[in-house]
Design a protein around this ligand. Structure first.
Ligand SMILES: [Mg+2]
Length: 275
């Protein structure tokens, strides 16, 4: 039995600008065997072509159809909620492009939504404007709630940190679309044309990749090359189906076992090295 795969990128495929050992071979195997897959990212800054170009420069022959960003998920969600709506955006090109492609207009007053994504151009003036719009009735949407993002130089504040400031100032809670939200994960599974139980999520972060998979009933594999250490697993009330040191350890036998599993997760033979 075959199914599909969702691959988180940072901490699974690469660190900064270096591919993780085994990622090249793994992605080539998916392409050679024509296994449906998507790369998922909670970073809304870049559009899918920019993300594909980054992967190509790392040596992976990936075109944009394989990329699914939280900016795309947010724009598709808003287009379903309010076709032809308007947004004031705190974010960058990836988010703007996705909203435009989905029939939204970007405005600087009286928007239907204040949409917050990642970016380095944030100003206090934008926050002031956004706050007044939210208090005036615009709905607050976050592309994701990641508190910080890894960079080559260390962490920088993420979309979740910006959103937290607006939530505190307005008293309004944001609706977030990116991982772990089922909105993003179910949308990408639909894109693959596969039932949820036949799509495996591979990620390095418990609170986004694995939590999203658990909530939606997707089989999941945690890799330890990113933000989670094996000793951290005890802190969580949920766990992935399998924990591996890196993507290099994931082979076809593991994938086939997870695709073929009982929907209620009876894959105990795979769980020997999970916490
Ligand atoms: Mg990651």
């Amino acid at each position: 039995m075959t199914g599909g795969i969702l691959l988180d990128m940072d901490g699974v495929i690469y660190h900064g600008s270096a591919l993780i050992d085994g990622a090249f071979e793994f992605v080539h195997q998916l392409l050679d065997l024509e296994i449906p897959f998507r790369f998922l990212t909670n970073n809304s800054q870049r559009n899918r072509r920019d993300v594909a170009t980054k992967l190509q420069r790392l040596g992976l022959p990936i075109d944009e159809k394989y990329i699914y960003t939280c900016a795309m998920a947010t724009a598709r969600f808003l287009a379903r909620q309010k076709p032809g709506g308007t947004a004031f955006v705190i974010g960058e090109g990836g988010l703007m492009t996705a909203l435009h492609h989905n029939g939204f207009s970007i405005v600087d007053h009286d928007p239907d939504y204040v949409v917050v994504g990642e970016g380095r151009m944030l100003s206090f003036e934008q926050l002031e404007l956004a706050l007044r719009m939210i208090i005036g009735g615009a709905r607050l949407i976050a592309t994701n709630m990641d508190p910080n993002c890894p960079t080559d130089r260390g962490l920088r504040p993420g979309c979740g940190a910006t959103v937290a400031m607006l939530e505190a100032a307005s008293g309004v809670k944001a609706f977030s679309v990116g991982k772990p939200s089922p909105v993003m994960l179910s949308d990408v599974c639909q894109d693959l044309g596969l039932p949820l139980g036949h799509v495996i999520m591979v990620g390095d972060t418990m609170t986004t990749d694995i939590l999203g998979a658990v909530q939606l009933g997707l089989p999941s594999i945690l890799v330890l090359t990113g933000s989670t250490r094996r000793e951290d697993l005890g802190q969580f009330a949920y766990r992935p189906d399998l924990v591996v040191d890196s993507i290099a350890q994931i082979d076809m036998q593991i994938l086939e076992t997870l695709w073929a599993r009982d929907p209620y997760g009876l894959t105990r033979e795979l769980q020997t090295d999970a916490a």
